[in-house]
Design a protein around this ligand. Structure first.
Ligand code: HAM
Length: 422
């Protein structure tokens, strides 16, 4: 036998036994996104590499270390998307969706980052993205936070904590950056190689470092919040006021800078203490400059992404009971004639009971074998067709859960009678 081909590291399968949880979480999010008037958008998994370099930033870990980049047959450099925002902005500009308009989009799909896989961190993972365009004020920042809060509530999650910060405008960032460079330059001997590399081009990325030896140094570094311009400061205060009005608890985390370069003003993250090191379930913020940087008309923008693997892991911990399976009917048919009748019956049932799951026993077998299969599928009722039923033009019904005696029903009455058993 030839060697078995194994999965690509960090790219797990979602097996049928786990998919119900995914469907439940996705359906919950979908209905709440609709409630807040967001429209779905689907963008390609592959984009030109330059899009991510220019938006997420060359110096970020995502672009510098984690992108799946390849050349196509025309030797253009393409990348699997490491996140969705850049592609949505690119698509929105191309389709003329931003100029003089406001838009609320959401999107779901796989993202790709060449990270070191561990629990909660994968190389293929899934995000729900929520993005809003054309709203300059703090009201939309608050609305997105309220929407995510409502998603956690609907999923019965209460371990998630909100952290917020403001990064200001490019102008205020410029002043902060200078201060930051001076600060880290005066502590150069304490920096690691990664941080030294970032010192000239993008010192704010040093604040993002996970190196435990640097944490004290980072803790005392100049903070963006102390360099905000008047308008950014008012924006942030107004956001805090709305959050307080809605009794949304949050902490100001002045070290929160996010791992992507496109953010301006508000940034936020929802974190949990229940997932070990991979604590961030949702992250986002404003990116008011990005559309003009990519050649569109300047349009204010904000969004966030929920990491589905992490979210679902939390839902898992709480043993949700909301996973309602549709009623399941299994058709047991023994003998060639019965099998033919069974297939006809299955189609009739699918016409009438479209909210049920109907499984016809395929591949023959004795009554005993077929009942065993019915049991294994978790069927609620079995419909039985054997020689007697064919001769008498009847169908026998057996409730699989209650263990009651099976009942015989006239074939013509069956479709009406089934309801009593479901
Ligand atoms: P991000 O913080 O890079 O932001 O990712 C958002 C979320 O995706 C994370 O909080 C985490 O839950 C999940 N995630 C990220 N990487 C992995 C991974 N390797 N394995 C599993 N889950 C992961 C963004 O992607 C921005 N585009 C969010 C945004 C939208 N900002 C504005 N609009």
């Amino acid at each position: 036998m030839s060697d078995q081909i194994k999965s690509v590291r960090g790219m797990p399968v979602i097996l049928p036994q786990d998919i119900k949880k995914w469907q439940f979480v996705e359906a919950t999010a979908r209905s709440l996104l609709q409630l807040y008037s967001y429209n779905e958008i689907r963008t390609p998994v592959v984009e030109k590499s330059e899009l991510f370099q220019r938006t997420i930033g060359q110096e970020t870990d995502i672009v510098a270390k984690e992108m799946y980049t390849f050349q196509d047959r025309k030797e253009q450099s393409l990348s699997l998307r490491p996140e969705a925002t850049a592609g949505i902005v690119r698509a929105g500009i191309e389709a003329g969706l931003f100029y003089n308009q406001s838009q609320k989009f959401w999107s779901i799909g796989p993202m790709y980052r060449y990270e070191r896989p561990q629990k909660g961190r994968y190389r293929q993972f899934h995000q729900i993205n929520i993005e809003a365009y054309g709203f300059p004020g703090p009201d939309i920042d608050a609305e997105i936070i309220l929407l995510t809060t409502r998603i956690w509530k609907a999923l019965n999650l209460n371990s998630l904590k909100l952290e917020i910060n403001s990064l200001g405008t490019p102008k205020s960032r410029h002043i902060h950056r200078k201060e930051l460079q001076d600060y880290f330059n005066s502590h150069k001997e304490d920096l690691d190689a990664d941080s030294l590399r970032r010192l000239d081009h993008n010192p704010m990325r040093i604040l993002d470092s996970k190196n435990p030896d640097l944490q004290d140094l980072i803790e005392s570094a100049p903070k963006t919040i102390d360099f905000l311009d008047q308008a950014s400061s008012e924006h942030f205060q107004a956001l805090e006021a709305i959050l307080q009005e809605h009794a949304i608890e949050y902490t100001l985390n002045t070290r929160l800078v996010r791992g992507l370069d496109y953010y301006t003003r508000t940034v936020f993250e929802w974190t949990t203490d229940q997932l070990g090191a991979q604590a961030t379930v949702c992250g986002g913020g404003r990116y008011d400059e990005l559309i003009s940087e990519l050649g569109g008309q300047a349009t204010p923008a904000i969004g966030c992404a929920i990491g589905l693997e992490r979210l679902i892991e939390l839902v898992d911990l709480l043993d949700q009971n909301q996973q309602n399976d549709p009623p399941k009917i299994y058709i047991v048919a023994v003998g060639a004639q019965a099998e033919g009748q069974g297939l006809i019956l299955a189609e009739e049932l699918r016409d009438t009971y479209s909210n049920c799951s109907i499984e016809m026993n395929l591949g023959g077998g004795s009554f005993k074998q077929q009942f065993k299969r019915a049991d294994k599928t978790g069927a609620d009722i079995a419909l039985i067709i054997g020689e007697d039923e064919i001769a008498n033009n009847t169908i026998s019904i057996k409730s699989m859960q209650s263990g009651e005696q099976q009942k015989s029903v006239k074939r013509k009455d069956l479709l009406d009678r089934i309801n009593q058993f479901l």
